[in-house]
Design a protein around this ligand. Structure first.
Ligand code: ARG
Ligand code: ZN
Length: 880
């Protein structure tokens, strides 16, 4: 079945045989194709080696030191061009290829979107453009000339600075860009077409003037304003917190609707999914604004963590991604609402990355092998990778961490390096040993900690026993104990913080970070005068699961009083989990469902406490199904949805008055807001609105006339997209026809807005209404829908694949439907298809009937003759 499987291993890494002193590219854009002439100055590292270049484009000509090569002097096989004999010293190689960007639906390499041309080269797109050493440790200086029609391609961009331009006959013109920084091919970018530009500027702290340019379709220009402001904030923040300044005179961002991922950090020329650039109050929710700020920050921060210092090979991807996600998380947290942001990130990690780590695709932060690199742009590499970086920060403190960063740049600026180099910089800058820490890069699976505590009144000590277990994953059975920072505080039975002394320290403290690095360990807290409840893993100090035998009363105490906002939220999460578990038991044994009166009471008090509205909203988050079944096998997804829904229902009913009170309060707040125009994005208002929208979702469960209120007041209240979408999301599962009416009106009102239509498709794909599959099938025919646009596929089919009752429908219809579309999309865009395949990751853990139904569909995909290696790698791993 998979005879041609090529697996790449980290252990096989070999340094490149050649260096490229310079590369000079000329793109000639013609009506139906683009010619690329690639002239390289190549320097052999060792004599006598054949010159092997990566590439798959149509090859027109090879010229070596001015002499055209004849076919017997080279060979082409498996996307590699081998030139048998090359000179021992520097030589010039010129290769000409022909590309057909309009036919390229993979959205990798050079492709057309609208009438414009764009590139995406990370990780291995450059080989679709020309023949090159398409690996990140070959870095070179790029000069790029672009020739095209003046009217069709008035704007022609590449990396670095515009150094020259001119006019040609036949209404054509040319531009020449030069990037002074050596870079690998994955950071090369080209954009050509009709684009409007929104400009700004930034003066760096050493006085460099930087021109900021945002390129969009002409009609979208004004919608880039928020992104432009975000960029200025990001540039300022990187100077203030990381001491890092921008290094070119120009920074460009181009927005494109057809894009496989979020955005791409090409040197000086970031290319973004429109979703992370364009926003207005009428088209973007507060969450969209926040995501834009975060992604703009992320790509900008890559200029140092990714571009100035890049990866030696793709196994090291987390070197730049984990670090840059950590940096963008810190940027967002410094901008506003640190506590809520942290909780949000933890929730994403736990419901999605933990699931990945417990499934067939489990891999370490630094994978040991891959078949298709595109499959390894994962939650593990990005989000768990960011947690790994955060642990250095937790262990070393801000100052120590920044010392490590400084040493890292001092040693490696301009180099392609490894995660070990980063770890060494952190260790050496702080004079500490981080050898054991390396296990975070090589062992997959979520570590589990079992904890228990003993209070000794006589000795006035509290002892905390910890025991760790790293579960086996498909790649590795036996694992070593890891270094786990456990941040901890103690509370007395009234909820007051209790100071303590650790052995060997002179001063009392109220919080400490335990360095837990053995299979089993006991930590003793001295001078503890009374019984205490430990507040564990504060701030989620490590990406682990921790289990402590708290009583419900302990958890309610933590929820009410813990000074750590993560630990407080976590106490509520544990209470929800316990309530959920009792519902699940009751449903299984056909008993009446418990009422959870105490939990409702605790939540009511928490809501009535004097805390930030956005934090109230996150307290009302019940763990997702994926979190609830994290340690379960033989899952019946339907039961999880029922038991969870029943929990929400009963809490909503008993808390009805409180919920209504706070909903009205939120409305009032916004009406009275004097400081900000009420329809605009502002973090304070965003908090109030997120509380209001959360309360609407709870409200429709308990208050029968809420639907009618929403319908009657819809147009009056829909003053911005956060409200408009919030109301639609709240009623999205209701079977009432009014939901369809409002949704249809929404679709008509925004028919011309590509990004709002994504929201329309998300609502359809994620609804729990019984007729959802029919509605999804109908939406596939909608004029605004396109299988070739990844945002549309993710909105409609991606949300359907996460729609638990419908994707896991007992008759297998959800599985069959998704498999049909995976096969269709895989023919032209393997990257998007292989993401969808991962909806089947739960296969091995499902109850037998669904497992059989899923197997049929997985086998159907696996048997497909033309299946991409992207999808094949995933299917093979699921069915193993
Ligand atoms: N480096 C990009 C980022 O900022 C992601 C690019 C991934 N592209 C891909 N085709 N897999 O995270
Ligand atoms: Zn990134």
């Amino acid at each position: 079945m998979s005879e041609n499987k090529v697996v790449h291993y980290l252990k096989d890494y070999q340094a490149p045989d050649f260096a490229v002193a310079e590369i000079d590219l000329t793109y000639t854009i013609e009506e139906a194709y683009t010619l690329v002439r690639n002239r390289m100055m190549i320097v052999p590292h060792e004599v006598g080696r054949p010159c092997v270049l990566d590439g798959s484009a149509e090859l027109l000509q090879i010229v070596l030191n001015g002499k055209c090569l004849s076919p017997h002097e080279y060979a082409i096989a498996d996307e590699k061009l081998t030139i048998h004999t090359v000179p021992d010293t520097q030589f010039e190689l010129e290769i000409t290829t022909r590309l057909y960007p309009a036919q390229n639906k993979t959205l990798m390499g050079l492709y057309e979107s609208g009438d414009n041309l764009y590139t995406q080269n990370e990780p291995e797109g450059f080989r679709k453009i020309t023949y090159y050493f398409d690996r990140p440790d070959v870095m070179s200086q790029f000069t790029t000339t672009i020739i095209g029609d003046k009217r069709r391609y008035p704007v022609m961009l590449s990396n670095g600075n515009l150094i020259d331009s001119g006019e040609l006959d036949n209404d054509r013109h040319w531009v020449c860009w030069r990037d002074p920084f050596a870079k690998p091919s994955y950071l090369f970018a080209l954009v050509a077409g009709q684009l409007a530009v929104l400009e700004g500027n930034f003066t760096t702290r050493s006085g460099k003037e930087v021109a900021l340019k945002f390129y969009t379709r002409p009609e979208d220009r004004e919608k880039a304003g928020f992104a432009l402001e975000s960029l200025k904030h990001a540039m300022q923040w990187d100077e203030d917190r990381f001491n890092l300044e921008y290094d070119l005179n120009i920074f460009m961002v181009v927005a494109v609707s057809d894009f496989n991922m979020g955005a791409m950090e090409n040197k000086g020329l970031n290319i973004f999914n429109t979703k992370y650039v364009l926003a207005s109050n009428d088209t973007a929710t507060d969450a969209d604004f926040e995501a834009i700020e975060g992604v703009i920050g992320h790509e900008y921060f890559h200029n140092w963590t990714g571009n100035r210092v890049t990866c030696r090979d793709w196994f090291q991807l987390s070197l730049k991604e984990g670090l840059t996600v950590f940096r963008d998380q810190e940027f967002s947290a410094d901008r506003a609402s640190r506590a809520v942001r942290r909780i949000h990130n933890v929730r994403v990690l736990r419901s999605m990355q933990f699931a990945e780590d417990a499934g067939p695709m489990a891999h370490p932060v630094r994978p040991a092998s891959y078949e298709e690199m595109n499959n390894f742009y994962t939650l593990t590499v990005y989000e768990k990778g960011a947690e790994v970086v955060r642990m250095y920060h937790t262990l070393l403190g801000e100052e120590g961490f920044q010392k490590g960063m400084q040493l890292y740049f001092q040693r490696h600026d301009g180099q392609a390096v490894t995660c070990d180099d980063f770890r060494a910089a952190m260790a050496d800058a702080n004079g500490v040993n981080l050898d054991q820490f390396a296990l975070w890069y090589s062992q997959a699976g979520t570590p589990q900690i079992k904890a228990h505590g003993d209070y000794d009144a006589h000795n006035q000590t509290f002892s905390l026993h910890l025991r760790q277990f790293i579960p086996p994953t498909p790649d590795m059975a036996d694992k070593q104990p890891m270094v786990i920072p456990v941040k901890i505080g103690l509370l007395d039975k009234n909820g007051a913080s209790v100071a303590f002394k650790m052995a060997g320290t002179a001063d009392k403290t109220e919080e400490t970070v335990l360095v837990f690095n053995q299979t089993e360990q006991t930590f003793v807290f001295h001078d503890v005068a009374k019984e205490v409840v430990p507040s564990l893993l504060r701030g989620f100090s490590a990406p682990v699961r921790l289990d402590y035998p708290y009583s419900d009363a302990d958890l309610m105490l933590l929820l009410a009083h813990d000074s750590d906002s993560f630990a407080r939220w976590e106490a509520a999460q544990t209470l929800y989990r316990r309530a959920f578990a009792s519902n699940l038991d009751a449903l299984a044994s056909v008993q009446p469902l418990p009422q959870h009166a105490e939990l409702a009471q605790a939540l009511t008090s928490a809501l009535n406490a004097d805390i930030d509205p956005a934090y109230k909203a996150v307290l009302l988050q019940v763990p997702t199904e994926a979190e609830l079944w994290e340690d379960v096998s033989s899952i019946n997804p339907e039961q999880y949805v029922c038991a969870r829904q029943a929990l929400l229902q009963s809490l909503a009913s008993s808390m009805q008055d409180t919920l209504t009170h706070w909903r009205e309060w939120a409305d009032e707040q916004e009406r009275n807001s004097r400081h900000h125009a009420p329809q605009e994005y502002h973090p304070d208002l965003a908090g109030v609105r997120s509380l209001r929208n959360t309360l609407l979702q709870w409200g429709v469960l308990a208050t029968a006339d809420l639907l009618h209120n929403i319908v009657n007041e819809f147009s009056q209240r829909a003053t911005n997209m956060t409200h408009e979408y919030g109301m639609l999301a709240a009623i999205n599962h209701l079977s009432d026809d009014k939901r369809n009416d409002l949704l249809n009106q929404f679709g008509q009102r925004h028919a011309q807005d590509d990004l709002v239509m994504d929201k329309y498709f998300i609502l359809i794909g994620s609804s729990q209404r019984p007729d959802t599959l029919q509605q999804v099938e109908k939406a596939l025919q909608h004029p605004a829908f396109s299988l070739e646009n990844p945002n549309k596929v993710r909105s409609l089919l991606g949300s359907f694949s996460r729609n638990i009752p419908h994707f896991h429908a007992a008759d297998g219809s959800g599985y069959r439907f998704l498999a049909d579309y995976i096969l269709r999309i895989d023919e032209f865009n393997p990257q998007v298809a292989s993401r969808l395949v991962q909806a089947f990751n739960l296969y091995d853990r499902l109850e037998p009937q669904r497992k059989t139904l899923m197997a049929e569909q997985l086998q159907r995909i696996q048997k497909d003759e033309g299946l991409s290696k992207d999808s094949r790698e995933i299917v093979d791993k699921i069915l193993h």
